[in-house]
Design a protein around this ligand. Sequence first.
Ligand code: VGL
Ligand code: ZN
Length: 209
Amino acid sequence: MDIGSTDVLLVIDVQNDFCPGGALAVAGGDLVIQPILKITEKFEHIVLTQDWHSPHHASFASAHPGKRPFEQIELRYGAQTLWPDHCVQGTKGAEFHPGLTIPQAELILRKGFRPEIDSYSAFFENDHETATGLAGYLRERNLNRVFLCGLAYDYCVGYSALDARRLGFEAIIFRDACRPIDLNGSVATIESEFARSGVNLLDVREVLG
Ligand code: VGL
Ligand code: ZN
């Protein structure tokens, strides 16, 4: 597959807290870095996202007395999985993994900074109506095909891809440049949504040629 000047690579949340040793470590999270660095060579336009929570964020189990990480609760906008404290603004855990050397990235988009709303998707927060501004940015720059990679496959990567489709962008995930959290069937659930919405999966080697 050829990559061109209206394509953009979204590198989702490759941050210390999602890598081994981090607060919400994804198994093999750091293993996405080498394939990501290879594909960045093919892209003229790259956007990084950064999960960026206020302290005591509503998605943290610690903010809800008696609740534990990975339980679900109802927030104003619906069901919310509770997580260990992670990616707190200005902390080491919120920094990009030091191996993720992509100085040519054109935008760093931070999300999840509103204390009362989580944001899995890079386009909309979990209320599905508060926009991050990314759609407007991509449209103004005439970037209409979105390729995704990073962490976690079944949360932030997956929800970003689904929202991209909803907004009329093509969405293609580099499956082998992602790793899942895999919580209560989350991989099967998101993959059935991919099939319904036309999110495509690709291996890195298919663009390296
Ligand atoms: C993520 C859970 C909580 C992700 C972020 O980046 O996939 N998952 N916050
Ligand atoms: Zn988060």
